[in-house]
Design a protein around this ligand. Structure first.
Ligand SMILES: NC(=O)C1=CN([C@@H]2O[C@H](COP(=O)(O)OP(=O)(O)OC[C@H]3O[C@@H](n4cnc5c(N)ncnc54)[C@H](OP(=O)(O)O)[C@@H]3O)[C@@H](O)[C@H]2O)C=CC1
Ligand SMILES: C[C@H](O)[C@@H]1OC(=O)[C@H](O)[C@@H]1O
Length: 254
């Protein structure tokens, strides 16, 4: 059964990792897809090639989500190509691991601007388009298990993920009257570019695997199903919710 037949789905940070898996998952479920990305031209093109190989339409729009104009431009280009926006997956993010006491101001500012300001601008731009269209819509934000727990080298990152989680709760209230649902997914540790260097440390990787009741770290594709589900009518009465997708890592105290 195809869950997103005829829908237009926008994904930020769609060139690699979780965003790419969400874009391809949406296309597999019948959606046309627009992705945003900031640097990886070839990877963005190859994502769109995969979308088109599935018989769906796709466009890639380059832009830094930290800038508000990237959001309005992304939405405008998607509307130009496909006529509407049904779903926004706000996913783009960075996590430059660094110790707390000597954290550079620039690293803090950039992480906040990309992960939190970027999500805010994208969600707002998509919501304005959905309100204008007048037939509701869906926003799914990629938050993190890190919205709920800390990380020694993520003191600049975890507050942004808590912020994204909170943004979805408030947006669900602000946008419910327009028929727009807002939810977040909270991935655990998923093997992507964002943590390639961090998990190159064999001992750390083994420790993270052992903390996971399902016995393995996540793959980007593990997020595609939950994101497609939340974007679909199967989740028609789900808003303001947060779905952990972490192999059980969060509940594993002892
Ligand atoms: N991997 C994990 O364990 C977890 C990840 N997450 C979250 O998932 C999201 C996706 O990360 P993940 O797939 O792991 O990492 P990746 O590094 O594989 O993907 C990040 C994506 O975001 C894009 N991006 C980065 N900065 C910007 C920017 N300024 N403007 C526009 N696009 C940008 C990248 O584009 P480009 O390739 O062009 O640089 C890329 O498409 C992030 O929000 C992250 O916080 C949450 C929990 C766990
Ligand atoms: C980048 C980390 O490996 C990843 O990001 C998160 O949000 C979680 O903390 C994961 O461990």
């Amino acid at each position: 059964m195809k869950l997103l037949e005829g829908k237009t789905v926008l994904v930020t940070g769609g060139s690699t990792g979780i965003g790419r898996a969400a874009a391809i998952g949406a296309a597999q479920h019948g959606a046309d897809v627009a992705i945003n990305y900031v640097a990886s031209d070839e990877k963005a093109e190859s994502c769109i090639a995969e979308v088109e190989a599935l018989g769906r339409r796709g466009i890639a729009v380059k832009g830094d989500v930290a800038l508000p104009e990237t959001a309005t431009d992304f939405v405008a280009k998607a509307v130009e190509a496909f006529g509407k926006v049904d779903v926004m997956v706000s996913n783009a993010g960075i996590c430059p691991f660094h110790a707390f006491l000597d954290m550079p101001v620039e690293t803090v500012d950039r992480t906040f601007r990309v992960n939190l300001h970027g999500a805010y601008y994208m969600v707002q731009a998509a919501a304005n388009q959905m309100v204008k269209q007048g037939h509701g819509g869906v926003i799914v934000a990629v938050s993190s298990i890190s919205a709920l727990v800390g990380g020694e080298f993520q003191t600049h990152y975890t507050p942004t993920k808590a912020g994204v989680h909170s943004l979805m709760q408030s947006a669900a209230i602000a946008l419910g009257k327009h028929g727009i649902r807002c939810n977040s997914v909270l991935p655990g540790t998923i093997l992507t570019e964002i943590n390639k260097d961090d998990l190159a440390d064999e001992a750390k990787r083994r420790y993270m695997e052992e903390r996971t009741p399902l016995g393995r770290l996540g793959m980007p594709e593990d997020l595609a199903g939950p994101i497609v589900f939340l974007a679909s009518d199967m989740a028609a009465y789900v808003t303001g919710a947060a779905l952990l997708v972490d192999g059980g890592m969060f509940v594993n105290l002892q």
